[in-house]
Each structure stands twice: as C-alpha cells, then as structure tokens.
Design a binder for this molecule. Structure first.
Ligand SMILES: Cc1cc2nc3c(=O)[nH]c(=O)nc-3n(C[C@H](O)[C@H](O)[C@H](O)COP(=O)(O)OP(=O)(O)OC[C@H]3O[C@@H](n4cnc5c(N)ncnc54)[C@H](O)[C@@H]3O)c2cc1C
Length: 230
C-alpha cells in the first residue's frame, strides 16, 4: 500500500508569517498528532464560532472525534467544515526584550469536512483508536464497549488531507542591539509529566498491586523527530 501524500498546501493552509517554520510533511504532522493529547475543534454554529477541546484518535490518514450522541457540538460539526488544532508546548522562550518573547512548540492545523461515522465496525475501530491514543494498551485491559454504549456515542471522521504543521525550536531571537544588554535570555523547557497512578476508592483490594506504572503515560516516549525546521 502506498503511503498517503503530504498534506495539501492550499490558499488557506499556506503560512504567511515565518513560513519557514511551516511544513506539510505528513510524518511530522502524524508525530505531533500521536504525541499530543488534546485537540481544539473549531466550527460555526448558527453563524457563530465555537472552539471546543476534545480528545481524538488517529487511524492512518483519518482523525476521529467522539462524544455523547446528544453532544450539541458533534451534531453541529457533523457534515460541516471544521478546523482542528493540536499543540504541544515545548518551552517558554525568554528574550531580552518583552517584544521578542516566544514559545517553542509543535502545532498542527487540519481543515476539512467532518463526517458522521455510521458503519458500526468503523465506529468500533474509531472508539478503540481514541482509547489507545490516550492510554496505549488500555483497550486490552478494559471491557469492550457494548452495542448500546456505541449507539450512545457519535463519532466524526476527518480526513487528514488539508492542513499544516508549524514548529518553533531554539533560542530567543533578540535585536542585535539587545544582545549585549544585562537581561537574561534563554529557554525554559516544558513537558507534561504523569504522576503516580492513584487507585480508585472502590477498587477491590486484590487489584491494588495492578496499578500501571507512571512511565507508561510519558508522551515523550512517543516523540519522533519533529525538529526538521528551525
Ligand atoms: C503555543 C503557541 C502560541 C502562539 N502564540 C501566538 C501569539 O500570541 N500571537 C501570534 O500572532 N501568533 C502566535 N502563535 C502562532 C500562530 O499560531 C500563527 O502561526 C501566527 O499567528 C501566524 O499565522 P499566519 O499569519 O502565518 O497564518 P494565518 O494566515 O493565520 O494562517 C494560514 C494557515 O497557516 C497555517 N498555520 C498558521 N499557524 C499555524 C500553526 N501554529 N500551526 C500549524 N499551522 C499553522 C494554517 O493552515 C492556517 O490556516 C502561536 C503558536 C503556538 C503553537
């Protein structure tokens, strides 16, 4: 099977500012999607903008979103154009001047039409992918969704076709005149760290030693090289 092509550069996905930080490289886009937890899903409802945080799952070149069947957002976003953004914040960039402060990040913007998934098999695959995205291996450790739970779930499919990624890495970039000034400049790295799992209050005592290890939730283990641009 041939790999899907890079994302489509169109009038609406072409970066205008600092375009050298942008890329349409599919492997980079997928790496960001696979490492991050959250998406912000933007769409227009009754002529007004909405942006809601959601989790997601990826299967090849498809991004899945899900929620309760009664979820107003999923109803409104079904069959309409959406904009999905995913961001990993890697650091605070402290410049000598207030103006040149920045952030190191890897971000993805996806555009397209979200379609409601009707096929039960695809729906099951999508829900499994979302669970696996958040906690790899968890699908095998849990009770599978029942038919009524699946009926109570709406799943939307967005093809990963039109979009872009943007990556900022490295130092603060100051004005030449400021470089010799007495202000500190540099980067404060940031990363999301999992704490030790806390067992449910109602957990049967004999399961107490089955707590997963915190390292399992360390997303940096999923990190692939996404530093191809500067
Ligand atoms: C954590 C974080 C904080 C930021 N803070 C600011 C801020 O405070 N002020 C500010 O002006 N900018 C900020 N940015 C950058 C911002 O996301 C835009 O990249 C920037 O505003 C320039 O947009 P543009 O005019 O080039 O693109 P636009 O013309 O606005 O967008 C054109 C297309 O470029 C692509 N694109 C634009 N930005 C991104 C992106 N970040 N990731 C992937 N694709 C993108 C999209 O496909 C978009 O449709 C931040 C980015 C991140 C990730």
């Amino acid at each position: 099977m041939t790999a899907p092509p890079d994302l489509r550069e169109t009038d609406r996905t072409r970066l205008r500012r600092l375009a050298a930080r942008g890329t349409f490289d599919r492997s980079l886009v997928e790496a960001v999607l696979d490492e991050a937890y959250l998406a912000h899903v933007g769409f227009v409802v009754d002529g007004e903008p909405r942006v809601l945080p959601m989790t997601y799952g990826r299967v090849d070149d498809v991004l899945y979103l899900h929620g309760a069947a009664g979820n107003a957002m999923l109803k409104a976003a079904s069959g309409v154009e959406v904009c999905v953004t995913v961001t990993i914040l890697d650091g605070l960039v402290l410049a000598r001047s207030a103006f040149h402060h920045s952030m190191n990040y890897r971000s993805v913007v996806l555009l397209g039409r979200a379609e409601k998934v009707l096929d039960p098999e695809e729906k099951t695959r999508a829900v499994d992918a979302i669970v696996e995205h958040v906690v790899p291996g968890r699908g095998a450790e849990t009770r599978p969704s029942s038919p009524s739970e699946l009926r109570a779930t709406t799943v939307l499919r967005l093809r990963i076709e039109e979009g872009s990624a943007k990556v900022r890495t490295g130092d603060a970039i100051d004005e030449p005149d400021d470089v010799e000034s007495a202000h500190w400049a540099g980067v404060v790295p940031l990363r999301l760290v999992a704490g030790a799992p806390i067992a449910n209050g109602d957990l049967a005592p004999e399961l107490a030693d089955r707590s997963p290890r915190a390292e399992r939730f360390d997303r940096t283990a999923r990190r692939r090289d996404t530093t191809t641009t500067t």
